[in-house]
Design a protein around this ligand. Structure first.
Ligand code: AP5
Length: 190
């Protein structure tokens, strides 16, 4: 079993690389962004509440996101492990995840950050906004999402770095080049 956190700013390729990692290592994928967008689509109370934050590029409050993630985790039983995409994003979320996994006799093996310059992030997200129409892929919201990431990232990085579970990967180049870099660090801890 291997449990990974894929971390990085909006547009750094967490979702794209998660899809490839899931296939290669047969992991279950837990993306809080996807779960929240699904709640929004279903018009659940959580989805309606989250919309106000997501539309502005702000984080949905820890209390709601942690409860949602833990419920989803409890419903899943995956022998090969999990990839956490977009969670944790705050130190509180990182602590909550550690507690929940410890209760299940599990742990995070590696937290991988995808490092991508701001200019490239904006380019990728504006392009996706034109193609897929994700409502938060609009310049002012993209810039706020990047600012929010920059404000919150260091405590989360420190949390895993202290446990020697942090790896930073250059997130530019082709999708396959980046995937090869990620696989190299995973193989080193397996
Ligand atoms: P979330 O859905 O997690 O979005 P995000 O972090 O902003 O990340 P993105 O999905 O935009 O980017 P990504 O890194 O996955 O990149 P991707 O592979 O898609 O969160 C959305 C919102 O939900 C948040 O703002 C917040 O409100 C809320 N939320 C979610 N989790 C939360 C939490 N834990 N706590 C509180 N609130 C939370 O790639 C982006 C684009 O680039 C794609 O078009 C892709 O094709 C392209 N691309 C990928 N790789 C490359 C490459 N190498 N070269 C060129 N293009 C590439």
């Amino acid at each position: 079993m291997i449990n990974l956190v894929l971390f990085g700013p909006p547009g750094s390729g967490k979702g794209t690389q998660s899809e490839k990692l899931i296939q290669k290592y047969s992991l279950a994928h837990l993306s809080t962004g996807d779960i929240l967008r699904n709640e929004l689509k279903q018009q659940t109370p959580l989805g309606k509440k989250a919309k106000a934050y997501m539309d502005k590029g702000e984080l949905v409050p820890d209390e709601e996101v942690i409860a949602m993630l833990l419920q989803t985790l409890d419903r899943q039983n995956h022998a090969n492990g999990f990839i956490f995409d977009g969670f944790p994003r705050t130190r509180e979320q990182a602590r909550a995840l550690r507690h929940a996994l410890t209760d299940k006799d599990m742990r995070i093996d590696l937290m991988i950050t995808l490092d991508v310059p701001k200019k490239e992030l904006i380019k990728r997200l504006l392009k996706r906004g034109q193609l897929s129409g994700r409502s938060d892929d609009e310049l002012s919201v993209i810039e706020n999402r990047i600012n929010v990431y920059n404000e919150q990232a260091q405590p989360v990085i420190d949390f895993y770095d202290k446990m020697h579970k942090y790896a930073s990967i250059e997130g530019t180049g082709t999708i396959d080049e980046i995937f090869a870099r990620i696989c190299a660090v995973i193989e080193a801890v397996k």
